[in-house]
Ligand binder design. Sequence first.
Ligand code: MN
Length: 342
Amino acid sequence: MIDILKELEGCRTIAISGHVRPDGDAVGSCAAMARFLSKAVPDARIDVFSESFNHSLMKNIPGAESFHQEKDDAGNYITPIDRYDAFLVLDCDSSRIGGAAGLCENAGRIINIDHHASRGSGRAHVSFVVPHASSTCELVYEVIRAAEQNGNSYLDAEAAQALYTGMVTDTGVFRYSNVSPRTMEIAADLIRFGFDFPTICREVFFEKTYVQQQIMGRALLESIRILDGQCIFCVIEKKTMAFYGATSVDLEGIASQLMLTEGVKAAVFLQEVEPLRFRVSLRTNGEVNAAQVCAFYGGGGHDRAAGCTISSTWRDAVNNLAESIEMQLKKTEAANETESQS
Ligand SMILES: [Mn+2]
């Protein structure tokens, strides 16, 4: 735990930034931190720098509308002052803050709060990094509550809503294995502030555009099971994208939805990006190492979610991927048998 107010003692200018391509946790933690500091350090100037993010986050995270988003031609944020006494890096390390990197490097001190296990080469004078925490918002909550030990109350409905939105994002609405009893205790404390949490869950996590729904339906309708139903795949061609007016962003979530098919251990989603070139999303149940399968094609990712790009016909791509998947399934099966024999 860090004593944030002690770390910021004497600081009159404070900058805050999350990672590039910001998600709900990055935006929520920055907004809540800015709101808290504006109460706890009322004399200080506080600026948040962020890349643009989607409309549902802007709508549901109070304070997000006042983030500085404008950049100069060199890709650096246009900033009201050149040098900050302190720079807070949230939900990543300082190597992933894009156009705020220069400002951060220039700052009097760098404070880092994050929950990522794999981190880059970022720099910080003070760090509060807890890899098993569900979200950075969970950690910002702890920091704020710890700062209230001086008898003041800083957390309010706006900050609570921002933190809740970030937690919803990173836990898949409290479904993922990163949820701990503490996560639920914090969520319980936050909803006491009385914001409209069902709407947040709906708009931030579940809601899709009509185009997204249509292309999802099309993908599910045309999906095919192979390897005795252990693997499912689906291809969306460019002409289909054009028919629905869909872009790559609209395909998010299709691979995960395919993976929810009963009996399926690996789901392969292929998007045609140009003729004879496919972007592959692979989801698995852990029996197949997704990152390993994709690494062969120059891609990568996590154990259960990875991606790569393959240049061939989609039939060849599926055949080759299915072969690697089948090999891994057999290996896992053999390992399980040895284990049950011993
Ligand atoms: Mn996060």
